[in-house]
Design a protein around this ligand. Structure first.
Ligand SMILES: [Zn+2]
Ligand SMILES: [Zn+2]
Length: 356
């Protein structure tokens, strides 16, 4: 339980009784992303105390008959849990835009809900997670390891942000800013969509190993933006600017200028990384006009992308099982979160996972 910034403590909560329309999950694995360490350090405002963890895979220990019927699952099934809940009734939910659900939305995401809301078990940093009637879950394909399956989250993002949102098509040139797990996932998604050429950029020695990894995941060109101009490198390698640019950087205010520069006239820039500031050094809005760019933000993932991600992981077509990964039990969780915040002795692992 995160009771205050940097105060992650072990607590016991009673397991709730399950009714007709809800369920109890035994957590097998919970992936960690940038959000986790921002919650921990307090960069991200949160309603303390709460159980963090929002990239959850587990087994249904108990599920009500109504919920089982609606979700198409039964006790013992392995499922992945979406971070957003859906009331299925409000206009946003009926339009399939349940990230904007009027009853839930961003204020009510798994891994963010205060423990004083019953039954308190609203996150994946736990042996068990409560699944409300409004939960969205997906069955994990047989044979897919639960630790690898937690990648349904970043890979779902890669598929939606890298292909669905920009409409990436066969033959496209794609530039990906940011070589983290979401950047790697965008590379895979773009290649699966038939992209002819994919470039990935990082910055500085910290990103060197990740850029090398991007090549293993299908990137045709990797560029250290601290050493070389990505646009010049892209033009030299494939003779033109990018049809699609996907920004999945974290806290890189200069990324927007870089993205707009890399896009061809009429191209699309997807902004999915957040910079945590209003500063956008070098960004020249007139380029949006002169190049007639499509500039689009992407928030979160949806059910079709999550399902496609789980299928793609189960296919074994890409080396996700071999990612540099650190897996910790609850006892090692705080050290893992610190390392992912860049405060540990070692560099952050590409994939950090809790196995409670
Ligand atoms: Zn996350
Ligand atoms: Zn709704």
């Amino acid at each position: 339980m995160l009771e205050a910034p940097r105060t992650l403590v072990g607590r016991e909560l009673p397991l709730p009784d399950v009714g007709d329309d809800d369920a109890l999950l035994r957590v097998e694995a919970c992936g960690l992303c940038g959000t986790d360490h921002e919650q921990y350090t307090g960069v991200l405002p949160a309603g303390f105390a709460f159980v963090p963890g929002h990239e959850v895979v587990g087994v249904l220990e108990d599920v009500g008959a109504g919920a089982a019927d609606r979700w198409g699952v039964g006790p013992g099934d392995r499922v992945a849990v979406e971070v957003f809940q859906s009331c299925r009734e409000c206009p946003a939910c009926r339009d399939g835009l349940y990230r904007r659900c009027q009853r839930h939305g961003m204020a009510d995401m798994y891994g963010f809900i205060p423990v004083d809301k019953e039954p308190g078990l609203w996150g994946g940093y736990a042996t068990h997670q409560y699944l409300s009637p409004d939960t969205m879950i997906h069955r994990v394909p047989d044979g897919l390891d639960p630790v690898v399956a937690t990648l349904f989250n970043p890979l779902g993002a890669g598929l939606r942000w890298g292909v669905t949102v920009p409409g990436t098509a066969p033959g496209d040139v794609v530039a990906v800013l940011g070589p983290g797990i979401r950047g790697l996932s965008v590379v895979v998604a773009a290649k699966e969509a038939g992209a002819a050429f994919v470039m990935v950029t990082g910055r500085g020695p910290r990103d060197a190993a990740r850029l090398a990894l991007a090549a293993r995941f299908g990137a045709d060109l990797t560029v250290d933006a601290a050493e070389a101009d990505p646009q010049a490198a892209l033009r030299q390698a494939c003779g033109r600017d990018a049809d699609v640019v996907v920004d999945v950087t974290a806290k890189a205010p200069e990324a927007l200028a870089q993205a707009v520069k890399l896009a061809r006239s009429g191209g699309t820039v997807v902004v999915a990384g957040t910079r945590g500031s209003a500063e956008t050094p070098g960004f020249w809005p007139d380029l949006l006009v002169f190049k007639e760019l499509h500039l689009v933000g992407a928030l979160g993932v949806d059910a079709p992308a999550y399902r496609a991600a789980l299928d793609l992981l189960a296919s074994g077509r890409h080396p996700f099982a071999d990612l540099p990964r650190r897996v910790e039990p609850l006892e090692g969780l705080e050290d893992l979160v610190l390392t992912m915040a860049g405060e540990g002795g070692a560099p952050p692992p590409v994939h950090g996972v809790l196995v409670p």
